[in-house]
Ligand binder design. Structure first.
Ligand SMILES: *Cc1c(COP(=O)(O)O)cnc(C)c1O
Length: 415
């Protein structure tokens, strides 16, 4: 069970809303730091463990600064994400570019920054060499294909567009060695929002086996393996949090039996989790504008799926708290919906909740990753503000809400 609580009281929230009208996302700094520390702590047994925070999950400099303080790097997949990392002083090999269909200018910028480039295809070796030149250190993304099953969000590896096949990996590292690359990394990311530690232990097993085979057959030395992101969080109250201890112990045992036993120690282990770190520490705060009773009972919010797309995109569950009514019984059944002209725009379908009145504040939980960042402007909806609840209790505006001027800015209005 995971208790779905709020990091602020009803009175505090009312004060915040008096300054910053709903809807907005608010992130809890203390929680983010705690999650970052728990991950690092779990892997304290291995030197140099770090997490390259997946910037796409929560691309805000104020958040990246906190994570830099916690010793994290940045996992980027576009030029603007590289620039965000650079802006907060995350530099060099603290940045990993795990991208696909990458334009030359992104490889250029990554190379100029000294970031670790993680190539997504064997053809990118030539592409990189032509446009940028090959770096000393390079990583390849492995796609195990039919060997492994993914899950609903990311799909099965054999249908996924990412990464190199087994055979291609052997060819790629041999080519890279011949071309003078000195140091190597290996990466895989094949599950998303997965709560079973065994899945990731299996990924570590697969990558350690590959490191052994590639090292022996090609005669290269690996600096690191990147176990990817994708660790899940308990969106539902009846789910339990990912067992980091069991995961880490599983990886440690394999590290000894495969890496140490084969004389390949030291090998740095890194990850690129986003959701695990910030997901549970974000809240979408919204107001109930309308109640409608037709063939179903609807609560219409001032937020919509442009603020949080996951329920519409994946049918994802996000817990909802009706502020001030936490102790009341869930006596009513509602569809909780936004205002898009699009019937997918529902935060919850047939959800049991306390009786909701117009003007009630609803908090949608676990919006700290892949929430605001997935936003879009369909139907002329403007992106909301982002706030940070600082560890000392202060509230900081870390992104203002978009305005109508922002919406018009890219348009040619004359003729
Ligand atoms: C999206 C993504 C991540 C982060 O995923 P989380 O579920 O937020 O941990 C990490 N690596 C790659 C390559 C990704 O595409």
């Amino acid at each position: 069970m995971t208790e779905k609580t709020l990091p602020f009281t009803q009175a505090q929230l009312a004060e915040i809303i008096a300054c910053y009208p709903t809807p907005f996302h608010i992130y809890n700094e203390a929680g983010i730091r705690q999650s970052a520390r728990q991950l690092k702590q779990a892997f304290a047994w291995t030197d140099g463990f770090t997490n390259y925070f997946a910037v796409k999950a929560l691309p805000n400099p104020s958040i990246l600064r906190i994570l830099k303080e916690e010793g994290f790097g940045a996992d980027c997949s576009s030029l603007p994400e590289l620039l965000l990392a650079e802006r907060v002083g995350i530099i060099g090999t603290d940045i990993m570019l795990t991208s696909n269909e990458t334009p030359a200018e992104e490889y250029c910028k990554a190379q100029e920054m000294g970031a670790i480039i993680n190539i997504d295809d064997i053809s990118h070796i030539d592409f990189l060499e032509q446009h940028v030149g090959l770096p000393d250190l390079i990583s390849c993304r492995y796609n195990p294909g039919p060997q492994r099953e993914g899950n609903a969000i990311i799909g099965n590896p054999k249908d996924a567009k990412y990464g190199l096949t087994y055979d291609q990996l052997f060819r790629a590292y041999a080519i890279l060695k011949e071309k003078g690359v000195k140091r190597f990394g290996l990466h895989a990311m094949i599950a998303s929002n997965e709560l079973n530690p065994q899945y990731f232990i299996e990924t570590a097993n697969m990558l350690f086996d590959l490191v052994v085979a590639l090292s022996q057959q090609i005669g290269i030395t690996f600096s690191f393996v990147n176990l990817g992101g994708g660790i899940g969080i308990p969106y539902r109250p009846d789910q339990i949090a990912f067992d980091l201890g069991a995961f880490s112990r599983g990886v440690e045992a394999l590290y000894h039996s495969k890496i140490v036993q084969n004389g390949l120690h030291p090998l740095q282990i890194v990850m690129e989790c986003g959701r695990l770190i910030t997901g549970p520490h974000g809240y979408l705060v919204t107001t109930a504008l309308h109640q409608k009773e037709t063939y179903k009972n609807y609560i219409g919010l001032d937020a919509c799926m442009t603020n949080l797309m996951r329920p519409a995109l994946y049918g994802a569950y996000h817990h909802i708290t009706v502020v001030g009514k936490e102790q009341l019984s869930a006596s009513h059944t509602y569809d909780v919906v936004g205002s898009l002209c699009e019937n997918f725009d529902k935060f919850a379908i047939d959800r049991k909740l306390p009786k909701i009145d117009t003007g009630d504040i609803l908090v949608i939980h676990d919006t700290g990753a892949h929430g605001h960042s997935m936003g879009f402007n369909y139907n002329g909806k403007l992106r909301s503000a982002e706030l940070l609840l600082r560890a000392n209790g202060d509230i900081q505006l870390i992104r203002r809400a978009e305005t109508i001027d922002d919406y018009f800015r890219t348009l040619e209005l004359e003729g």
